[in-house]
Write a protein that binds this ligand. Structure first.
Ligand code: GLN
Length: 473
């Protein structure tokens, strides 16, 4: 399977045309999407037309961006002008946005070719891919197993070689968990690093735009294009954007990597324990300093995450009431219409979360639940801050296990899949899941977390590990 970097080199040397490349991806998707289910919508004609444009610009000798001609696809919660955007929900079955999300536009402006829109758990709520209202995206390594969620299609598409770069969203782990299950690189940047204009909101204080690619270099290249301020998103940071690809070959010797005891729980599967140990040994042999530490964030993170994200979801999704936005239910008063709309067009997980979220915001529960959760979130942030006083990066598993078989998990079991990814989300920190070298056929990811706006550290350490793995392959 080709990486984005290799495809980019072949395109720029004219060993392959963008049209040939894009056509080969569209053909593979046409043959395999019925099984994998990563795509909800395909932009066949548009993609070929854009590829031709890229080729003719290249023929004229124009100096093109490394992403020019690269097959790319985006989670179906990013608005795309003239292209259906459903959030994998019946609620937005007929929604065709009149504008394009900034993140998508930036990739397109760099010349990436959008192949289509990707499957997800409805409104990005879920960890398995099973909550799509249409059909699930499944794991390309074993079609009976889950891709992980909520960016199920984003991870499955890259793993199946149906795209070389995809966008997902990561609120509590939605890019990192499926990346781990599918054996690809999934990165959640610092909160505010990438504009969210046009990304349909789930939990505004936690939502980030995530990137999925075959390799770490590919991910760094994509973030270079995506990061940076946006006048259309007031929550987007003005922090300068470093050249993420500049320092990727430098060594990790002397880098301090924290190993939190709380992340190495006894319920990690034997395969995950083994894979993680070998990653740690890999870093040790590269000269990194492994620092055991305590990061007391595991106990509260999941409950804090569910209170805050559900409360925000209840307010963000209130607009889908059949009057202002979304499909329309029946009734003779606005209240009846709203109730019927939600019952008919939201799936059960979205209904459960928006209802519990609304309850956390009532005057009766606000202080205990919502304020209580905010207080614990402050504690979680300060626990990370004190850890980063001692180390440069934190390393742990992305998930307790290899990708599980589809079905057979309760709602609350599914919610606990995010145990290791939620803490960095609550602290707003950048984090990446990278495939471990394993002997088995099923992928396992490890996770790195960096201080805010230090994505380049994730990339540098990630690239060093990839080089180490390849050199021993
Ligand atoms: N799986 C988590 C949830 O169900 C995270 C979702 C996300 O990051 N969008 O909420």
């Amino acid at each position: 399977m080709m990486t984005l970097q290799q495809a980019s080199a072949q395109l720029s040397k004219k060993e392959i045309s963008a049209k040939e490349l894009i056509r080969s991806y569209l053909d593979r998707i046409a043959a395999e999407n019925r099984d994998v289910g990563a795509f909800l919508t395909l932009c066949h004609e548009k993609a070929l037309q854009k590829a031709e444009e890229i080729d003719s610009r290249r023929m004229k000798g124009e100096n093109l961006h490394p992403l020019a001609g690269i097959p790319m696809a985006v989670k179906d919660n990013f608005c795309t002008e003239g292209i259906p955007t459903t959030c994998a929900s019946k609620m937005l079955r007929d929604f065709v946005p009149p504008y394009t999300a900034t993140a998508v536009k930036r990739l397109e402006d760099a010349g990436a070719v959008m192949l289509g829109k990707l499957n997800l758990d409805e409104f990005a709520m879920g960890a398995t891919g099973e909550y799509s209202a249409y059909y699930p995206a499944v794991n390309p390594h074993d079609l009976n197993r889950m891709a992980g969620g909520s960016s199920s299609g984003s991870a499955a598409a890259v793993a199946a070689d149906h795209a070389l770069l995809t966008l997902g969203s990561d609120t509590g782990g939605s890019v990192r968990l499926p990346a781990s299950f599918c054996g690809v690189v999934g990165m959640k940047p610092t909160y505010g690093r990438v504009s969210r204009f046009g990304m349909i909101a789930f939990s505004s204080s936690l939502d980030t735009v995530g990137i999925v690619t075959p390799t770490v270099w590919d991910n760094a290249m994509a973030l270079s294009v995506l990061a940076g301020e946006d006048p259309l998103d007031a929550t987007c940071s003005r922090e300068p954007v470093p050249a993420y690809c500049a320092d990727l070959s430098s060594s990790v010797a002397g880098l301090r990597i924290g190993i939190p005891e709380e992340f190495f729980t006894s319920d990690l599967s034997p395969a995950v324990q083994k894979a993680l140990s070998s990653v740690i040994e890999g870093y040790r042999s590269l000269g990194a300093r492994l620092v055991p530490l305590s990061l007391p964030v595991m106990e509260d993170s999941l409950s804090v995450y569910h209170i805050l994200s559900s409360a925000e979801a209840s307010s963000n999704l209130a607009r889908f009431d059949g009057v202002r936005f979304g499909a329309r239910g029946v009734g003779s008063t606005p209240e009846e219409i709203s109730r019927s709309t939600k019952e008919r067009y939201f799936g059960s997980e979205v209904q459960a979360r928006t209802q519990s979220g609304a309850a956390y915001l009532t005057s009766e529960h606000y202080q205990t639940y919502f304020q209580g959760a905010l207080e614990k979130q402050r504690f979680i942030k300060s626990a990370f801050a004190s850890a980063f006083g001692r180390v440069d990066l934190i390393l742990g598993p992305t998930s307790t296990c290899e990708p599980p078989l589809i079905g057979g998990f309760s709602r609350s079991e599914k919610r606990s899949f995010d145990r290791f990814t939620v803490p960095a989300s609550l602290a707003g920190l950048p984090s990446v899941s990278i495939p471990c070298k394993t002997e088995g056929v099923l992928p396992i990811g490890f996770q790195l977390v960096a201080p805010a706006f230090r994505e380049e550290l994730l990339f540098r350490a990630g690239c060093a590990y990839e080089r180490e793995v390849t050199s021993h392959a």
